[in-house]
Write a protein that binds this ligand. Structure first.
Ligand code: ATP
Length: 263
């Protein structure tokens, strides 16, 4: 049976002055509804390119992406993206930033009161109700990322795409946001694809870790199912043998089997 999301034999060539550059070669990945999938791999291997193809921002040269039986050819609110550097409109308050997304998806379909309740609900999911009327310049980097996540969730996307969402944050803020994301995930059961460089983050959050080979012509080297029971608690996992096994598998893949050669 077809999976919810199929990345089907995807290859992409970028035009360069020296001819086409094959960034991805024959990437195949099947994702179930509600699965949390992390993509990990060395810098420049093609993680963002995979995400941009799923997001409809790039077109595959060969193959394609099928979401719930429909081919993806352009960007759409059914695939909301959260970037590493929050992309909030600086002249709008946190509430208004989420409102813009909600109106674009639900305007004309839901009443004003329903939309207001929905915006407030999503802000409370990321624990930002207290600052909803502040401007982005008045809140911290971690809080901005929370608003970015609320905005993405508020569109009720079929797939939430996260490109190193916590990469620019300090370790403690990052840990808080990972915990929040796990809580939200437990409540909403979103289908998520997240790019990360952080092995612990990948094991903590994921149902599946996709490990990419080095480019050019990068592909998927290995897919590992993470069968740790949920809810997951970082403190308890520190001494968990299975957790450490998953962690060492990813480290081994990245630093032994597919170590990046530095020129
Ligand atoms: N628009 C483009 N034109 C030409 N080459 C590109 C383009 N986008 C990406 N590439 C190349 O494709 C390869 C994969 O890039 P990509 O950004 O997907 O890697 P990444 O794994 O996300 O890297 P990082 O972890 O550093 O963010 C790189 O060699 C990059 O230079």
């Amino acid at each position: 049976m077809d999976k919810y999301l199929n990345i089907d034999h995807v290859s992409i060539d970028f035009p360069t002055p020296n001819g086409p550059f094959r960034a991805l070669d024959n990437v195949n990945l099947k994702i179930d509804k509600g699965e949390f999938v992390s993509i990990i791999g060395h810098s420049g291997c093609g993680k963002s390119t995979v995400m941009n193809i799923v997001g409809g921002l790039y077109q595959a040269t060969e193959g394609g992406v099928i979401l719930e039986g429909r081919e993806v050819n352009d960007p759409g609110p059914d695939r909301a993206i959260v970037f590493q550097n929050h992309s909030l409109f600086p002249w709008l308050t946190c509430y208004q930033n989420v409102e813009l997304a909600v109106k674009s998806v639900f305007g004309g379909k839901r009443s004003k009161q329903e939309m207001k309740d929905w915006i407030e609900h999503n802000l409370s999911l990321v624990h930002m109700s207290h600052a909803m009327h502040k401007l982005p310049s008045e809140i911290s980097g971690g809080m901005k990322q929370r608003i970015g996540i609320a905005r993405a969730l508020s569109m009720e996307p079929k797939v939430l795409l996260m490109d190193e969402p916590f990469g620019a944050l300090d370790a403690l803020t990052r840990a808080h946001l990972q915990d929040s994301l796990m809580e939200i995930q437990a409540e909403l059961n979103n289908t998520v694809i997240m790019i990360t460089h952080d092995v612990d983050e990948a094991v903590l959050l994921s149902d599946k870790i996709v490990m990419m080979t080095n480019g050019p012509a990068a592909s998927i080297g290995e897919v590992m199912d993470v069968k740790l029971p949920r809810p997951r608690k970082r403190l308890e996992l520190a001494d968990n043998g299975d957790y450490n096994h998953y962690r060492s598998e990813v480290i081994h893949f990245l630093h032994a089997r597919h170590a990046r050669k530095v020129a």
